[in-house]
Design a protein around this ligand. Structure first.
Ligand SMILES: Cc1ncc(COP(=O)(O)O)c(C=O)c1O
Length: 439
């Protein structure tokens, strides 16, 4: 298993002296005074709109969730009050090898000593582009940016520039970022921002064909995620025939097939997430895991879209910072060298088997969906997420950091001890759900 926290001396492990490295408590049902978090929330309320915003806002979550986190190491994180958790959200995806992976952080520090934000990118930009092209089958070139939204937006812009067409098809309910063309919240968005979008249903080829028919000769691209991971819904793996059908549709119409690998990229496969399915996109969007938590995004593409990619003006003040690029090279190298993909699959399988067995033992009907490395749990018939929220709150209270309405992320740093701690917490969380339902 890659980068395991030392079994005896690691933070939060038995025998840990109260967490010298972490300065916090080990995960578990410890008393959790939340004085620091409460004070920070109060101060934030007057200087940050809404007190917090975006996907990491704890506002919509049960009160058991801390808002502010202090540090992380391996598969453990600590909140501002020093409470420890086994981390099953991995910063909502960026952390794949575990927090503070030694080789990634050493590479980042070495680059930081040379320089980060300069008048031009470092040599690491070319090294990273070469590594990405060598690692991802459909990639003949790479462009780098900061966030997943940069990457999905760039893919659409490149597809339009190359094809001279306007319309982009997206799956209904899919998340591709927070820009006006794709944000799930309508505030501040104009009809013009969405004017060139068409919709299809994930895994429904007929609906994609019909949306393509409506777009006619204005179809620039079909955008799709590797599997259906819409927040709050049971996840759905891709039907390979659907993936192949989208490829054929794009080949027949000249549109670009864009794979949004922002959430799944380098978690399921060391290459595009559709390589095991046997379907290569023309363009792909990446971010989250590619630099193990350092801010970086990438667009990868094939030669057919190289001219379009070269023609668009896309940039940002921090897009060419060298530190995240050095971190990405170390991350991708470690993913391969340390067997991290296999480690995540093993840990995810142990977690799934344990949780599904617990649910059955408590007589609870659950849906545990998605790849084991990115699972999501719902309770049958729990449309308003009341049981899911209770379950998550009880798990968090006992030191297993999961989410009630978003898929979880398993990192390669999870040890057998981490899995045991999670299962101890989820068993008690199921007990609370059983009690709520009676019996
Ligand atoms: C599938 C997918 N695409 C795009 C994005 C947007 O990425 P970012 O939040 O880095 O802009 C996300 C973020 O969660 C995502 O999951």
């Amino acid at each position: 298993m890659a980068h395991q926290a030392p079994a005896k001396a690691g933070p939060g492990s038995p025998g840990d002296s109260g967490g010298q490295e972490s300065g916090g408590r080990p995960p578990g049902p410890a008393p959790r005074p939340r004085a620091a978090d409460r004070a920070l929330r109060q101060r934030a309320a007057s200087v940050i709109p809404g007190g917090m915003y975006g996907h990491q806002s704890a506002g919509p979550l049960p009160p058991e969730y801390p808002q502010f986190m202090r540090n992380g190491r391996g598969a453990r994180v600590w909140d501002a009050d020093g409470n420890g958790y086994v981390d099953l959200m991995c910063s909502y995806g960026p952390v794949v090898l575990g927090h503070q992976h030694p080789k990634v952080e050493a590479a980042a520090r070495a680059q930081a000593e040379l320089g980060d934000c300069q008048n031009g990118p470092g040599p690491v930009m070319v090294e990273l582009a070469e590594l990405l092209v060598a690692t991802v089958r459909h990639a003949d070139w790479a462009m780098l940016a900061k966030n997943g939204t940069d990457a999905t937006t760039m893919c659409c812009t490149i597809a339009r520039a190359q094809t001279g067409r306007n319309r982009i098809l997206v799956a209904r309910g899919a998340y591709h970022g927070a820009a006006p063309w794709c944000t799930p919240r309508p505030a501040g968005v104009t009809a013009a921002d969405r004017a060139n979008l068409g919709h299809y249903e994930f895994n429904d080829l007929d609906s994609a064909r019909s949306a393509a028919g409506e777009a006619g000769d204005d179809l620039a691209a079909v955008l799709v995620s590797p599997f259906r991971h819409d927040a709050g819904y049971d996840q759905e793996l891709v039907d390979p025939a659907f993936a192949r059908g989208l490829r054929e549709l794009c080949d027949a119409t000249g549109a670009a097939l864009i794979l949004d690998d922002v959430r799944c990229g380098f978690r399921l496969h060391l290459g595009s997430s559709w390589e095991p399915v046997g379907v290569d996109p023309d363009l792909s969007a990446w971010s989250k895991a590619i630099a193990n938590g350092h801010p970086l995004a990438a667009v990868l593409g094939g030669d057919r879209f190289r001219d379009g990619a070269a023609s668009v003006f896309v940039t940002g003040s921090f897009w060419f910072s060298a530190v995240p690029m050095a971190a990405a090279i170390a991350t991708i190298t470690a993913l391969g060298e340390e067997g991290a993909l296999e480690a995540m699959e093993r840990a995810g399988t142990a977690l799934r088997d344990g949780i599904v067995a617990q649910a059955a033992a408590w007589g609870l009907e659950v849906n545990y969906t998605g790849p084991v490395q990115m699972p999501y749990l719902t309770f049958a018939g729990d449309r308003d997420h009341a049981l899911g929220s209770l379950f998550a709150a009880e798990a968090v209270r006992r030191g297993a950091y999961i989410h009630p309405r978003h898929n979880w992320f398993v990192s390669a740093a999870m040890t057998a001890e981490d899995i045991d701690l999670v299962l101890a917490a989820t068993d008690q969380a199921f007990a609370a759900v059983r009690e709520r339902l009676g019996g």
